[in-house]
Design a protein around this ligand. Structure first.
Ligand code: C2E
Ligand code: MG
Ligand code: MG
Length: 765
């Protein structure tokens, strides 16, 4: 590369150009002057002083030889990049010497000459003045040359004293003025041309330097094609990019060189982005192309603009290209992360939603429609809490792998969140969907070995099949079916049916009604007697809540209590139950107790001790007559604080009963740690008595346990005399069941209070 023009002295460049122009014209001027002087000397040889003529001739010959030598040397050396001031000064000096010598000619010869010779001298002097133009590139040289001759001529004309010559002298002055102005103008024109040339050269250098940098250092390159689409002027960088030699590249068709990877972009798209704009001679920008080079796909970005020649005829295309593979890969990675779950490599909710939308659009053309399966791992929370998140993550990845193996090509398995997965099964009628769900349930149930730990998981599946209006609709249906699966024992699958929607709707309206039920005074307590097994005397009542719904009538607690627990209404309702039960029980005989059921939410989110204390105080009921029933599931969720609340209640003198014993996890450690006074055996153990030997054995064990721990045992659900006889035989303390009475409103309790006496009377009879 040549160094940039800016490093050179501009002044030196100008001098070199001025001298070059001058030295090119100078030889003709020198020879012309020499010829004129010799002609004048020869012509006047007989009429003018010969000494002067000889001196003039000799001096002119010497100066001419010197000047021609200078010109010859300049030609031989060639124009230097720049010249010094000294060189210019030498030219001015030589021109001045010439001028001074030549000006002596009119001074010395004009006055003494006759009319003919005067004419000769005047003409030659005028010619010599004009010769000064040849060095007008260096204005001072021209001025010194012509100026000296003008002064000499003016002097010669003036000293004649003749009016005619004085007139000529005046004309000469005008002529001289014009000559000098022309010289200055010519030198200015030349100077500005030289400066423009220097500027253009400088710009050319800058541009080529930038292009050099662009191609050498950046990932970009320049490309150019002709009218036919053939590569022209390929740079070394372009050859490197294509992996071809200059010769292979120059003249090759661009369309043949671009080996486009059709698997990444459809050919129609390339036509639209690249070939059509080229055909229309339109400018295109950042056209992204997947190019196969050396066995891999690289992404190129091309920008191009049509070029036109000086006659405005289309001459091809020129543009830049860059390899944007790294940026494209980063973008693809980001887009992957936005659509896939990093832990399992499965599509995420967004991606699943998109595919679902596609399936809905295409469904009418598919013969058998499609199915959506929503999956939820049954015990995942337990595994995560027990073994830690690292094992939990490995487990999810294993589940993902098993799901992938279950589905067909074209189906989509996605992880929606935590332990929720979903499957879009294409071309899946109900039969295939149920086959797939069964296969999944079996696959997940097989134990997983993770870091030496054997873990068994189960999955609940809800299925909805097309047609449907929207992804949200079919997901909602599959969710409802999943909800049903979970409610009906988990580890299996259910299909959505329209009835599910109706149930959810009913539940929703019930939920709305429940919010204001307490304020509208729609709750009422019914009471079920608890009798002593030996004499069947009523020892107390269990308060059981009823909701008098204005439309649905009496709603059982199993229906509305779970809803009240979900939306936290249970806290206020529970408080009302405690206060109402105490108030009613306070009106009963002193030996009749009242049992109230508690919800786990009350234990956690209300100040239970304060509520109970105030209910007892307000009603005047003795604490020993109040019994609080707690279910086993409630204990599962109980934390240290909840256990403290129970202990505090017991300190107050309130009885604590473990309700529905045997239905939960039945850990005997509860009995050791918790301050229970009573165990209530769930009615599921009583139901098949006295025939079910297993239940009988359990009841026997519980009664034995109660006896040794000092706890009273109540059996629930006594419906037959056989059950009654059996429980009596086994030595159960208290009994409760429809045999004695179902729960009744407060105003029907009077006869139940005397139940024992009547029964005893009946027995006697
Ligand atoms: P629970 O505490 O086990 O109450 C006993 C349930 O068994 C009552 O059902 C009662 O009507 C029923 N039952 C009694 N004897 C028999 C029998 O011989 N055969 C049969 N098949 N059933 C019998 P209910 O009143 O529908 O209450 C159901 C559950 O609702 C209760 O079970 C209790 O857990 C809950 N519950 C009731 N009232 C309240 C309350 O005020 N607060 C809270 N938190 N839960 C309540
Ligand atoms: Mg109960
Ligand atoms: Mg119970």
């Amino acid at each position: 590369m040549r160094p940039p023009a800016g490093s050179r002295s501009v002044k030196g460049r100008i001098y070199a150009e001025q001298l070059d122009v001058s030295f090119r014209l100078a030889p003709f001027a020198v020879l012309c002057v020499l010829f004129v002087v010799l002609v004048v000397a020869t012509s006047l040889w007989n009429s003018a002083p010969r000494f002067y003529l000889s001196l003039l001739s000799l001096a002119t010959i010497s100066l001419s030889i010197f000047a021609l030598a200078m010109c010859w040397r300049w030609r031989r050396m060639g124009k230097p990049p720049e010249s010094r001031t000294r060189d210019v000064n030498l030219l001015i000096l030589v021109a001045a010497a010439y001028g001074v010598w030549l000006s002596s000619m009119p001074v010395m010869l004009f006055v003494g000459a006759d009319a003919d010779f005067r004419l000769l001298i005047a003409c030659t002097t005028a010619g010599l003045i004009a010769i000064g133009m040849s060095v007008s590139a260096v204005p001072w040289a021209a001025i010194c040359f012509s100026g000296s001759i003008i002064v000499g001529a003016f002097y010669a004309l003036a000293v004649t004293g003749e009016p005619f010559y004085i007139l000529i002298a005046i004309l000469l002055a005008l002529y001289a003025l014009f000559i000098i102005l022309t010289m200055v103008h010519l030198s200015k024109v030349l100077l500005s041309r030289i400066i423009s040339e220097i500027k253009v050269e400088h710009q050319k250098d800058v541009i080529s330097l930038l292009l050099f940098d662009f191609e050498e250092n950046a990932s970009d390159w320049i490309w150019e094609i002709d009218v036919e689409g053939r590569i022209r002027n390929p740079s070394a960088r372009l050859a490197q990019i294509f992996g071809k030699s200059f010769a292979q590249l120059d003249g090759a068709m661009l369309s043949a060189l671009l080996n486009i990877d059709d698997s990444r972009v459809k050919p129609a798209k390339i036509d639209e982005l690249l070939w059509k704009p080229i055909a229309n001679r339109a400018t295109f920008r950042d056209c992204l192309l997947p190019i196969r080079i050396a066995g891999e796909t690289r992404w190129w970005s091309l920008t191009g603009k049509a070029t036109f020649d000086s006659n405005e005829r289309f001459s091809g295309y020129r543009g830049v290209g860059s390899d944007v593979t790294a940026a494209k890969q980063a973008e693809e990675r980001l887009s992957y992360l936005a659509r896939f779950d990093a832990l399992t490599d499965l599509p995420n909710r967004t991606f699943f939603h998109d595919r679902l939308l596609e399936a809905i659009v295409e469904a009418p053309s598919e013969k058998s429609g499609f199915a959506v399966l929503c999956l939820d791992l049954d015990e995942f929370k337990y595994v995560n809490d027990t073994f830690g998140h690292a094992i939990g993550d490995r487990l999810l990845a294993e589940v993902a792998d098993r799901l992938r193996l279950c589905v067909d090509k074209g189906d989509v398995v996605a992880r929606l969140s935590g332990d929720e997965f979903a499957i879009l099964a294409r071309s899946a009628a109900k039969d295939r969907a149920s086959g797939l769900a069964a296969q999944i349930v079996t696959a997940i149930a097989a134990p997983m070995l993770i870091e030496g730990i054997k873990i068994s998981l189960h999955v609940s599946v809800g299925i909805a099949v097309s047609p449907c209006e929207s992804p949200a609709e079919i997901m909602h249906r599959a969710d409802l079916a999943l909800y049903r699966t979970k409610n009906e024992g988990r580890n299996g699958f259910r299909f959505y049916d329209a009835e599910m929607d109706a149930k959810v709707e009913a539940r929703r309206s019930l939920e709305a009604d429940l919010r204001g039920a307490l304020a509208r005074d729609e709750f009422v307590l019914h009471f079920q007697p608890v009798v002593a097994a030996q004499n069947l005397k009523t020892t107390g009542f269990e308060a059981l809540l009823r909701w008098r719904h204005p439309i649905h009538g009496l709603v059982p607690p199993a229906t509305f209590i779970p809803i009240a627990e979900e939306n936290a209404c249970i806290v206020a309702i529970g408080e009302w139950v405690i206060r109402e039960a105490c108030r009613v029980a306070a009106t009963w005989p002193d030996d009749i107790k009242i049992a109230v059921n508690l919800s786990p939410i009350q234990l956690r989110y209300s100040d239970l001790c304060a509520i109970v204390a105030s209910a007892l105080e307000d009603s005047g009921l003795a604490a020993r007559r109040l019994e609080l029933e707690i279910t086993e599931s409630m204990l599962l969720e109980a934390n240290v604080e909840a256990v403290n609340v129970l202990k505090q209640l017991q300190k107050m003198g309130v009885c604590l009963a473990l309700d529905d014993f045997g239905t939960g996890y039945s850990s005997l450690s509860y009995l050791r740690n918790m301050p229970f006074n009573k165990i209530k055996i769930d009615r599921s153990f009583v139901k098949d008595l006295p025939n079910d030997k297993g239940c009988l054995a359990i009841i026997r064990a519980v009664i034995g346990l109660g006896g040794s721990l000092g706890m009273t045992i109540t059996a629930e659900g006594i419906e037959t005399r056989e059950q009654l006889a059996c429980m009596r035989r086994e030595g159960c303390d208290l009994l409760q069941g429809y045999l004695f009475s179902a729960a009744r409103p407060q105003d029907q309790l009077q006869e139940l209070m005397n139940f024992g006496a009547r029964a005893a009377a009946g027995q006697a009879a």
